[in-house]
Design a protein around this ligand. Structure first.
Ligand SMILES: [Zn+2]
Length: 157
């Protein structure tokens, strides 16, 4: 865990060697026992859409990045109110994200993959970014609950 002092030390060290662009904020969840996917999986990165970790780059200004990270954290809290999850902003690095084979993207930018979403109404196949609306004319009906198969369209990545 990074407390604020430790995080500041890491940020200052990265600035000295011009590697601030290797650091990112993410939102960590402290998950209650009833929601854990494994007994020891109490601390996990928050994802949105499901399976994708949004991160905030510390470049160009770590102080501004911290504000954005807290906004992201507040959105995660709001979307999970009443579930007993504790959210907090933590620091990580590109090495950790890539080294663990995690799926991540810079919050606000497009997720760097495309998936097939198959329309449940017409069977049309649409290449989309996870969480993005397909160009199918049935998209409004699907958004109302008709469903879209493949590409893990509604969460479940
Ligand atoms: Zn369709």
């Amino acid at each position: 865990m990074n407390n604020r002092t430790r995080a500041r030390q890491i940020i200052e060290a990265a600035q000295k060697v011009d590697e601030l662009d290797c650091l990112y904020y993410f939102v960590e969840m402290d998950v209650p026992r009833s929601l854990r996917t494994a007994p020891d999986a109490n601390l996990v990165a928050a994802t949105y859409p499901a399976g994708w970790i949004p991160v905030v780059s510390l470049v160009p200004d770590p102080r501004i990045a911290e504000h954005y990270a807290h906004l992201l954290c507040a959105l995660m809290e709001e979307g999970n109110r009443g579930r007993g999850i504790v959210f907090r902003v933590e620091l990580t690095s590109r090495d950790v994200l890539d080294g663990r084979g995690l799926k991540w993207y810079v919050w606000g930018e497009a997720i760097p993959v495309r998936v097939d979403a198959i329309c449940a109404v017409c069977g049309g196949v649409h290449r989309v970014t996870p969480g993005q609306s397909p160009s199918c004319p049935h998209a409004p009906a699907l958004a109302a609950g008709a469903g879209m198969y493949g590409g893990n369209w509604w969460g479940g990545l």
